[in-house]
Design a protein around this ligand. Structure first.
Ligand code: GTP
Ligand code: MG
Length: 224
């Protein structure tokens, strides 16, 4: 099963790939980790496949005479070149894929990275708790998740990341604060799912995340 971690810059993707991977290993699963972020300086885990072994952001900037954002977009095309190499690590219970912070790479590039991971794969969209203070913040992130789903065309779930930073806010209360019309829009566009909150820092919510992953596979028919 492939888990494609996506979300806004700094939402906790890399830390979750690390800590959730450790949790899965401790529970007897075989895992591999794939790093697709050619710009990252250091990682807390040792990936089985690391795109930086093939190119880095500064290589692309130099070779194609691009600025950092253009170079990151270019990295998507280059990632496809190493698909075969990457696939050598797909033969595991879970393949955890770490993506670059710029969500543009996943949603605004004509080539969809999600294609590589779509089969027996699920995208996990991180909504960082520290971005959520008001009903509008929450609504914005839920809309973002819907937009991402439409674009990547892949089974997708969302999770609240950095849950330890969520203080005295009830998500149910925020939902209640949304106007009825807006709430109806969300319900129409979203596949309903439980809200799972994870904290990599406190190592909390991993069991719930794993259950949600399994449930999503069952409902999309990928697992019998
Ligand atoms: N409080 C708290 N901080 C976290 C948690 N997870 C990650 N962080 C911190 O948030 C910052 C960003 O975490 P990363 O895992 O690098 O986030 P990322 O989404 O991979 O970042 P980019 O790849 O740069 O987009 C780091 O300082 C982490 O230590 C968490 O569960 N709780
Ligand atoms: Mg990262």
């Amino acid at each position: 099963m492939k888990l494609l971690f996506i979300g806004p810059a700094g939402s906790g993707k890399t830390t979750l790939v690390w800590e959730f991977g450790e949790y899965l290993k401790e529970n007897g699963y075989e895992i591999s980790r794939i790093n697709l972020d050619c710009a990252v300086e250091s990682l807390p885990y040792k990936p089985e496949f690391d795109i930086r072994n093939y190119f880095t952001l500064s290589d692309i900037m130099k070779n194609f005479n691009l600025g950092p954002n253009g170079a990151l977009m270019k990295s998507v095309e280059l990632i496809f070149k190493y698909k075969k190499e990457m696939e050598k690590y797909f033969d595991k219970d879970f393949v955890l894929v770490d993506t670059p912070g710029q969500l543009e790479l996943v949603i605004f590039h004509k080539k969809k990275i999600s294609e590589i991971f779509r089969e027996k794969g699920i995208a996990i969209f991180l909504m960082p708790a520290d971005l959520i203070s008001t009903a509008k913040d929450y609504y914005f992130l839920r809309l973002m998740d819907i937009a991402v789903r439409y674009r990547i065309d892949m089974q997708c779930i969302y999770v609240i990341s950095k849950a330890d930073l969520m203080k005295n806010i009830s998500l149910e209360k925020l939902e209640d604060d949304l106007s009825k019309a807006i709430y109806e829009v969300l319900k129409k566009l979203e596949d309903s799912q439980r809200v799972v909150k994870v904290s990599s820092m406190k190592k909390k919510g991993f069991e719930e995340l794993l259950s949600l992953i399994y449930e999503s596979f069952c409902t999309c028919g990928d697992l019998s």
